[in-house]
Design a protein around this ligand. Sequence first.
Ligand code: FAD
Length: 472
Amino acid sequence: MKRLTVIGGGPGGYTAAFAAARAGMEVTLVEAAHLGGTCLNSGCIPTKTLKASAEALETARRAAEFGLAGTCDLKADMPAIVARKRRVSDTLRGGLEKTCAKLKVRVVTGRGQVISASLVRVTRDDGSVEEIAGDRVIIATGSSTLNLPSLPVDHTHILTSDDALELDHVPSSIIIVGGGVIGTERAFIYRAFGSRVTVVEGQTRILPVPGVDRDMSALIQREMKKAGIAVELCRTVNATETRDGAVVAHLGPSPFLPEDAIPAAARKEGTLEAEAGEDITVGRVPNTDGLGLAEAGIATDRRGYIAVNDELETGVPGVYAIGDILGPARVMLAHMAVAEAFVAVKNCLGGHETAKYDVVPSGIFASPEVADVGLTEEQAREKGFDVAVSTFQFRELGKAQAMGHLPGVFKLVADRASGKLLGAHLAGAHATDLIAETALALQMGASVQDIAHTIHAHPTLAEGVFEAAHMF
Ligand code: FAD
């Protein structure tokens, strides 16, 4: 069990490569495109870099509120923003390359194909082939955007989420198809940059994600309204066309909902016109092309994602899979891919660890940010808990007032009798950082009393968690 080949250099793959090398394995990391994967090149990091520009612009526009005199006519300079985004990704990718060199992880550029647990074939762009012998294989090839026939991407007017990270100007108007995590994040970013934004969402709420508490969806929808972002709920885009340099989207009622769940206004057909249409949250597809799964005897589910057991091993002994390639039945987030990488490496070394999915925090970089961990109020009730909920408003915190960031709420969900924390749902500035405390509390089986007995520094935003715990 000395030699490991990892296919895919995203957060799952590079974490597995580094962990295995640190544990003494001889590691080859096969990457078809760029180290860092979706997360570093077109996902988490680029989006958050654009978001940082949007926030800087919003803060500058509020200069007078902070007692700063003078005029300030700032606007989004997209080529400069995109250049900064590329620099950030390049810097981080450079760091990964250095770590590979330091840990003696051999990086092979090309497309990997699994022949067996002891052989991976790599085909380079120039057609040359290298065969890598080993003892174990970890597949971490991730996922890509799914394009729909109703949104014929032309990369100019009808864009994928990747295209929208590379815009050379701010579109005067943009239709975002999908009000899930990525669509919501983009809506606030482009609104801050000056676009007129409309979000079309097929479900009854913005952020219709199981882990997102309904109160957080309602809060974000209110903030969208305040920001001037139009929202079309319970609707879908049936077709799009480009006419005279504009996108015309033909809307109809959502096919995902029963008819009686769709309000009358949303049942009507209609059209929306904008300079650009962004096809965002219609889903992801697994990167399995050319991996040779069927030939190697590796099973997939009906959507093509790789099937693994609790130890993340495929049906072929010695071949493991981690990250987005496991699909939405598990959790498609960068930090989950990282967590799974550690489990898979331990098991490659003879361990029997199982991947755990009950305490997985998640962050949404909207304005304000939203973050959650554990059960929503609704999920906790469905599971039969006698649920107690406590909330504390962001605006009641001294630090929030000082910072001028007022919208937001801290919501804790607990078992009434024992006070055991079941879930935490935060919205507000830095919510994505603040969730870490409650994730640790959940992981350790802590109660709201434990949180309330922990002294929190003043004045900080973390006091919101403390205050919500005290409300019990
Ligand atoms: P990936 O990061 O997709 O990496 C897979 C790698 O495998 C790629 O580099 C690919 O080139 C390579 N590859 C594919 N096939 C082969 C092959 N045959 N041979 C060799 N190499 C191959 N998650 C978060 O946790 N937080 C966020 O804020 C967040 N924001 C996101 C924003 C956007 C716009 C998107 C699209 C995603 C976001 N995600 C976020 C999700 C996150 O990016 C993924 O969950 C994460 O990247 C999955 O990691 P992975 O290692 O499984 O796969």
